[in-house]
Design a protein around this ligand. Structure first.
Ligand code: NAD
Length: 513
């Protein structure tokens, strides 16, 4: 394994102790760490370490980005799109290597690692088309011989803070769009996955170099949350797009709000599938199990709760228990396994703590959890996906635990099920399994799901890039990726042009001299 990974690191230009685009020792009191050591949750081995950016490095990066913006904003958007097209091609060439590194550094299955890189390629394709479609509206002026229209201009520096669970795709969702819109980017990846970030930076930097584009258009600063905090407090960064926990989002919103900057927040979810008595139960089973155990329950869209109609509750429960019996847990690079490890031992502790809290509140486990031990599980990060019967108002059920713990809740009427589904602080993804048109339409109506994503006969996880992605309430309200999410990366300007030889005032106001 080590040898394979070493050749992959070499191919991607990630060298041990690679300081990427930052050098130096520490943040002089801002951060407690000097370097980020990346241990694989797959086998617990140290892959490599990377130096943390110093305050001085950070300043240099911002200054370089400011200078690069002066040119980049004048490059015609379709030409910027062409650069992103070349970046997409470079990702195609590196898909296997980058996907494998994602799997090894983060712990998701190889298929999901490749899928994550495919998502990057897809958003590049989307951004290329978008680069010719940054449309503004034209309005009719109330004044004669006047023309009114709106334009969209770039913001400047976009700061991207990302989470460990989608270590590369989330950056590309933001960067591909922000770049075709004419912005420059500074990325602060998760401290848990620095190597995949370095690999991405190398891939895009080569494309820039080949096109004689300034390095400062796309930047990387490595570090823990202290580096993120400096960025959120920096008035030179026009937009902070932050993906991570609700706790982080509240801190980022407060810091950026205090300087009246812009934020785009993509935070935690607490996603449910309603399984109606009119559901196709076999299809529902696949959606529920993949949603709950895929990426070891570490997706923002992972299925946390199943809200099941009482007439099918016992039968579906039985199917679930049987399916969980068949799950193979182990090395995610071995494609015969269904479930890989959690990201680190802290995540394992949080998983165990949630199980304890659930039991203390009265939860009844029908599939028990636990930590796996033995040669194949030497990292100590492999846990058993588990299932508990609960009440929706348990404190632990209201909280997002980033692990494969699935809660079952029984309902009688669809109105009650929708109230349960909406009865949590988060509002990211939701789904109903039903073949009944009336039920499906009610769920999607204004009286239905209050989430940013609402699906019918599809689980909660696995969104496509074409739609706007994000959620309501404590999920933060931001939208990324497809549809018109690009607008968050631009500023709107309304222009009125008078081509008459008089100066009529709006609202017919008279002002004669
Ligand atoms: P986290 O909040 O611990 O960290 C996310 C990032 O924020 C990291 O880069 C971290 O260094 C930085 N950070 C933390 N505190 C900060 C602060 N005060 N100021 C600035 N930066 C700060 O999250 P995590 O454990 O890496 O990821 C898991 C969480 O991310 C889950 O809650 C999950 O639901 C969420 N998530 C949401 C989406 C979405 O699109 N809604 C996508 C992926 C993950």
């Amino acid at each position: 394994m080590k040898t394979d990974i070493q050749s992959i690191l070499d191919q991607l230009g990630v060298k041990a102790d690679n300081a990427a685009f930052s050098t130096g020792s520490n943040w002089g009191g801002v951060s407690n760490i000097e370097s980020l050591e990346s241990f694989s949750p797959v086998d617990g081995k140290l892959i490599a370490s990377a130096k943390v950016a110093t305050a001085e490095d950070y300043n240099q990066v911002v200054e370089k980005a400011q200078t690069a913006f002066l040119d980049w904003r004048t490059v015609p958007a379709p030409k910027r799109g062409d650069i992103i097209r070349q970046f997409g091609d470079a990702l195609r060439t590196n898909k296997d290597a980058l996907g494998t590194l994602v799997s090894y550094e983060m712990g998701k299955s190889l298929q999901e690692g490749f899928g994550e890189v495919q998502e990057m390629i897809d958003i590049c394709d989307f951004a290329v088309g978008l680069s010719r479609q940054l449309y503004g509206l034209t309005m009719h002026s109330e004044r004669p011989n006047h023309r009114m229209y709106e334009q969209w201009h770039p913001l400047g520096i976009v700061g991207i803070i990302s989470a460990f669970n989608f270590p590369v795709a989330v950056w590309s969702w933001n960067a591909a769009l922000a770049l075709v819109c004419g912005n420059v980017c500074i990325w602060k990846p998760s401290e848990k996955t620095p190597l995949t970030a370095i690999a991405c930076q190398h891939i895009i930097a080569k494309v820039f170099k080949a096109n004689d584009i300034a390095e400062g258009v796309c930047n990387l600063v490595l570090g823990d949350r202290a580096v993120g905090e400096v960025m959120t407090n920096d008035g030179r960064v026009a937009l902070i797009s932050a993906t991570g926990s609700t706790r982080m989002g509240k801190e980022v919103a407060a810091a950026v709000g205090a300087r009246l900057g812009k934020t785009l927040l993509e935070l935690g979810g607490n996603n449910a599938i309603i399984i109606s008595e009119h559901a196709d139960l076999d299809m529902s089973l696949i959606g529920a199990v993949f949603g709950a155990v895929g990426t070891a329950g570490q997706r923002c869209t992972s299925t946390r709760r199943l809200i099941i109609q009482e007439n099918v509750y016992d039968g579906f429960k039985e199917k679930l228990v049987k399916a969980y019996d068949q799950l193979r847990i182990g090395n995610p690079l071995d494609q015969s396994n269904h479930v890989g490890p959690l990201i680190d031992q802290d995540a394992v502790a949080a998983y165990l703590d949630s199980i304890q809290k659930c039991k203390a509140e009265g939860g009844k486990f029908i599939v028990e959890g636990g930590v796996l031990t033995g040669d194949h599980y030497s990292s100590g990060c492999y846990v058993k996906p588990c299932i508990a019967e609960v009440k929706n108002d348990y404190k632990i059920v209201q909280h997002e635990t980033f692990a494969p713990i699935l809660y079952l809740i029984k309902y009688k009427t669809l109105e009650e099920a929708i109230a349960l589904q909406n009865g949590v602080p988060q509002g990211l993804s939701s789904a109903i399994m039903t073949l009944n048109l009336r039920e499906a339409e009610l769920f999607l109506s204004s009286k239905g799901s209050d989430c940013g994503i609402a699906n019918v006969n599809i689980g909660t996880s696995g969104a496509e890039i074409g739609g706007a992605f994000g959620g309501e309430k404590e999920t933060g309200g931001g939208r990324e990726s497809g549809s018109d999410a690009w607008r968050a990366y631009m500023r709107r300007q309304t222009n009125t042009i008078n081509y008459s030889n008089t100066l009529p005032l709006a609202q017919g106001i008279k002002f004669d001299l």
